[in-house]
Ligand binder design. Structure first.
Ligand code: UPG
Ligand code: MN
Length: 731
């Protein structure tokens, strides 16, 4: 610490305009109350048409209103963080803590080893003392192909890391870097660039062709003793623990081509047995926490998904500014970076980027001293992740000596690590409960973060303009919905469990943050009023049953105001978060689609699981895409192309609203007196809006001929269902 006057290692600044925003929210809240009042005052009498439909509208609007309130509090408390990494180096350069980096992979087909190696190489090349860095690759796929790829990467790193350091290369993922247009004016640089590029491409070719063949030649298997682990009995669901130290950073022989030390690199595949639940990523991370504690035991842990390569070589240093700040650091449990994707199209076709969440909502959580842990790009303190509770003035020891390594051979370290990676190790222990990542939830990240905060810790959200990590977002609608359905289930599970933030977090985290959590955790149930709103006004329109006030009456004002104000607000939020107008429009479509399909299925699945009728499964998102599909994705053409039941729902709802809209237009044009129709106009508007966002769906149903269009079986089914629905009576 400086002698006179303490200079903090980071600063926190509140965002501007909070009060104006609160006032604006109040006006919307008022209109919501008026809507509820109107619904209560004008319930159709018993026997009148549409009485039950009306009550349903009321319930939906109560739901929407309450849900909207939950989305507000995080918007009022946005803060931004500014770390000072130069102060960090001037004070602590010689006392920087060790950092253990965990990369998780689960399937060599869905997650190609060549991609995984780019992530591994990128995190090995951090601007950080290499003797303090250890990278662990967790392979839940237990694939010798992945092991082989890591062996190749360990050799290539001897060239890649010094190259990154010498020329301050960024991003430090070779694939991403060599895809850039680099200025090659300087001949010295150009020469080295060419050499390294060739080495990289050769390595990639070897890895890709091994994966294509699906097996390794005897010659390759002779390169390393580790291959002998894959005997004929090993399958990805049933195998012993495998731990292979590929680079032992503490050994003076482990140097790059310039003779500088290398980070430690370790392959881990925890044991799996059919009779033991493996708890997916949470299980993998807990095994890694234990394995790493046998070897490097660094006080700081970074976890990244296998597609999330490092894009900023200073990300560790920035994160450490928070942990190591002398005054505010000791209560900080983790530092979460946002997720960012490199394959987002100009107008973010599937609304994958989550710009508003990352720019506004999460920064608003941070204002309450809370922050959801979102799985990747997160720096944790080991002791806290392992269950430590907060108490005041607990001093942090940043330089834990690696005494475990001293005097132990590689073989001894590997054997000790294998034991702690065995299934039975967790029997009767607190792992998955009070220690490590929490088990039993598909959103292991969210629930673990929540548990940590309720133990008294205050995480930090840091979202600099320069992206710290970049990954792959799903490129097909199907994959997107699978991912959202998993998240929805995981989050609703938390709401229904003992970890429900309103109960578990009561008195431990701020009420505003509890509501913020509910905004995510309640995606599943909010699907129900949404589905209601997409179906009932349309059906009632067909039967001439009005559900809204007359457009020129006073009661229409709160409806119109709530809709226009909310829509305008969301548009502005999107634009200031960096989205385009069309991107915002796409996101409106995706909200309708997700809520009526993925979130709805998430709801059903969670309820079934709660009743004990089904089991939890983690469907890994596919990170490869074939060329034909990729081409359509790049042109922003929606991908249907298989007969998923979700597509039938999407088409049926789109057709139903199209039928109603046509009917509505017909009666408007040829109908009787306008006065009689005036109170049907709001329903015509709703159908019109739904039809407008669904234009790509009609194209896929009727006009497209490519492979991504709606399969004819889906078209047929949805026409039949929508036509039958039209005939249903209304009560
Ligand atoms: O049994 C498993 C399943 C998955 N994974 C890894 O978990 C990561 C995330 O899986 P992915 O299919 O890419 O899911 P996403 O929906 O993209 O991931 C987000 O959501 C997950 C929770 O649903 C979190 O675990 C992730 O960190 C978060 O990035 C990947 O690296 C996988 O290899 C495992 O290690 N073991
Ligand atoms: Mn992913």
């Amino acid at each position: 610490m400086t002698a006179n006057g303490y200079l903090p290692l980071f600063e926190t600044k509140p965002a501007k305009g909070r009060n104006a925003l609160k006032l604006f929210s109040l006006t919307i809240l008022l209109s919501i109350f008026l809507i509820w009042l109107y619904r209560l005052m004008y319930i159709p009498r018993k026997g009148e048409a549409g009485r039950y439909a009306w009550i349903g509208m009321f319930i939906s609007e109560v739901f929407f209103g309450l849900y909207w309130i939950m989305t507000q509090t995080v918007r009022w408390n946005v803060v931004h963080r500014y770390p000072f990494k130069d102060r960090l180096s001037s004070r602590y350069e010689d006392g920087l803590p060790g950092v253990d980096i965990f990369v998780c992979t689960a399937d060599p087909i869905l997650e190609p080893p060549s991609m995984v190696m780019n992530t591994v190489l990128s995190v090995m090349a951090y601007n950080y003392p290499p003797e303090k860095l250890s990278v662990y690759l967790s392979d839940d796929g237990c694939s010798e192909l992945t092991f082989y790829a890591l062996l190749e990467a360990s050799k290539f790193s001897k060239y890649w890391i010094p190259f990154c350091k010498k020329f301050a290369v960024e991003p430090s993922s070779p694939e991403a870097y060599f895809n850039l247009n680099i200025d090659l004016q300087d001949p010295v640089f150009a020469l080295e660039w060419g050499t390294i590029k060739k080495l990289y491409e050769d390595m990639k070719t070897r890895i890709v062709s091994a994966v294509e063949k699906g097996r390794l030649s005897d010659e390759i298997k002779g390169q390393h003793k580790g291959f002998s682990e894959w005997n004929s009995k090993v399958t990805n669901k049933d195998h012993q623990s495998i731990v292979q130290i590929l680079i032992e950073g503490w050994n003076s022989n482990a140097v790059d081509i310039d003779g500088n030390p290398l980070p430690t690199l370790i392959y881990v595949s925890r044991q799996k047995k059919p009779q033991y639940a493996h708890n997916f990523k949470a299980g993998a991370l807990n095994a890694l926490i234990r394995v790493s504690s046998e070897i490097s035991n660094a006080p700081i842990i970074l976890n990244v998904d296998c597609d999330m390569y490092s894009n900023d070589r200073d990300a560790i240093r920035n994160a450490l500014c928070f942990f190591m700040d002398e005054k505010q650091g000791q209560q900080i449990s983790y530092v979460q970076y946002p997720q960012s994707y490199e394959n987002i199209t100009n107008n973010d076709l599937y609304s994958n980027a989550g710009l508003v969440s990352f720019k506004i909502e999460l920064a608003g959580f941070d204002g309450y001293g809370t922050m959801p842990y979102i799985g990747t790009g997160c720096f944790h303190r080991r002791d806290i992740l392992c269950g430590r509770k907060y108490f005041e003035n607990c001093k942090v020891e940043w330089n834990v000596v690696k005494d475990k390594i001293k005097g132990r051979t590689i073989k001894e370290l590997e054997e000790a690590s294998k034991l702690v990676a065995n299934c039975s190790y967790e029997n009767g222990s607190q792992w998955g409960k009070e220690m490590g990542l929490v088990y039993g939830c598909l959103a292991e990240d969210m629930v673990t973060g929540l548990a940590i905060q309720c133990r008294g810790w205050k995480p930090v959200y840091y979202h600099p303009a320069k992206r710290a990590f970049r990954g792959v977002a799903p490129t097909t609608l199907d994959q997107h919905l699978v991912q959202f359905s998993r998240w929805t289930q995981g989050m609703f599970q938390i709401f229904l469990s003992k970890y429900c933030p309103l109960i578990y977090g009561h008195g431990k985290i701020k009420f505003g943050a509890q509501l913020g959590y509910c905004m995510y955790l309640l995606w599943a149930p909010v699907s129900l009023p949404t589905i209601y709103y997409v179906i009932i006004p349309a059906l009632c329109l067909l039967h001439g049953v009005p559900l809204f006030p007359k457009v020129f009456g006073l009661w229409f004002l709160p409806f119109a105001y709530a809709f226009v104000a909310k829509t305008a607000y969301s548009l502005i939020e999107d634009l200031i978060s960096g989205n385009t107008l069309k991107g915002w429009w796409n996101s409106q479509r995706m909200w309708v689609i997700r809520r009526t399909t993925a979130h709805f299925f998430g709801f059903i699945d969670t309820v079934f699981r709660q009743l004990g009728l089904s089991e939890t499964g983690f469907v890994v998102t596919d990170k490869v895409v074939d060329d034909d599909v990729l081409k359509r994705y790049e042109q922003e053409i929606m991908e249907f192309g298989n007969s998923s039941i979700m597509f039938t729902i999407i088409s049926t709802l789109a057709l139903l609203n199209l039928f109603s809209l046509s009917w509505g237009i017909k009666i408007l044009a040829f109908g009787t007196a306008f006065v009689e129709l005036e109170n049907l106009i709001p329903q015509i508007i709703i159908c019109g809006l739904i039809v407008m966002v669904n234009i790509p769906v009609y194209e896929a149903l009727f006009f497209r001929r490519d492979k991504g269009c709606m399969p004819s079986s889906v078209t047929f089914k949805s026409i039949v269902i929508a036509s039958v629905a039209v005939l249903l009576p209304i009560y």
